[in-house]
Ligand binder design. Structure first.
Ligand SMILES: [Zn+2]
Length: 299
């Protein structure tokens, strides 16, 4: 992706080195590739961390989507400057976010709507959000309650080192996916899904959650379409990088890597094949009316 020396969004909040926060309020958040204690275990296994330690950090087993309400010591936020590589990653996500603002701003305007951009919070280690207290182990996520996208920049390296999805556009896809959740929030889709939560069985809700995730992948594809055709910032191989990332962080793939078998009822994000296919559909069509994953018979 052509991103160097391009405009960075001003909606980036740097909370690196601030050490997280205090008591968080529980609420639903949407992550890139998993949610809940099970995924924490999976990530723990993938990342070679003691799962018990992560669970203690992030709440009770089977708890609230990977976010805890635990009380942590608050540390003063200091001036944080990362190493050159980390600073470059921060600039990169700033440019990607700026592109999502341009593209979604225009799509919304075409429909007579106003796009209010999210804030992207860059953190390290752990962070407090209106959806609760999250450790970096949950991966990037979007919190509808405060309309922030949260990302620990080290995840962008982990795409390559742990998930086998190299290339800058893999990271761009991850940011665009989370912004896709913000678009769902603005369009009222997220609220509809949440209002169903108490009325559905866990299996039914997981199925709905898969549809929500696949739509965020579709929206990431829409973004990629306009990044190529309107902004002209894609390079050869970029789409393949995004497809690979979508593929690698599918639930089936994560489960298989973690436990050696797949439990379809526990899917909350969709299979690798589904995620890549909906991304591709958005990318190829550039037409948001084709992204109704909720009524699609064939996911
Ligand atoms: Zn997601």
């Amino acid at each position: 992706m052509l991103w160097k020396n391009r405009r960075q969004s001003t909606n980036v909040e740097d909370r690196r080195g601030s050490g997280g926060g205090m008591r968080g309020m529980p609420g639903p958040g949407v992550a890139i590739g998993g949610g809940g204690a099970v995924i924490i275990l999976i990530l723990a296994l993938l990342f070679g961390v003691d799962p018990q330690e992560l669970l203690q950090q992030s709440g009770t087993p089977g708890g609230s989507g990977g976010y805890s309400q635990g009380v942590e010591q608050q540390q003063p936020a200091g001036e944080y400057v990362g190493d050159p590589h980390e600073e470059e990653l921060k600039q990169f996500v700033g440019v990607v976010l700026a592109d999502t603002e341009d593209i979604w701003g225009r799509i919304f305007a075409e429909q007579g709507l106003t796009y209010t951009p999210p804030t992207l919070v860059v953190f390290s280690g752990q962070v407090e959000s209106a959806c609760g207290y999250a450790s970096a182990a949950v991966g990037p996520f979007y919190c509808p309650a405060d309309q922030n996208v949260y990302i620990d920049l080290s995840f962008l390296d982990e795409l390559r080192t742990r998930f086998g999805a190299p290339g800058d556009f893999a990271g761009a896809y991850v940011v665009a996916h989370e912004v896709g959740h913000h678009v769902q929030n603005l369009m009222g889709t997220a609220q509809q899904v949440n209002s169903m939560r108490s009325r559905l069985s866990e299996k039914e809700f997981n199925e709905l959650s898969v549809r929500q995730e696949l739509q965020a992948d579709f929206y990431a594809g829409i973004w990629a379409h306009y990044a190529e055709h309107s902004l002209g910032v894609l390079e050869p191989g970029d789409i393949e990088e995004a497809l690979k990332a979508a593929n690698q962080i599918g639930d089936d793939n994560l489960q298989m890597q973690a436990q050696g078998y797949v439990v379809p009822d526990a899917f909350t994000h969709g299979t690798s094949e589904q995620r890549a296919r909906w991304f591709r559909k958005g990318y190829e069509s550039g037409d948001i009316s084709q992204g109704d994953t909720f009524s699609a018979r064939d996911l």
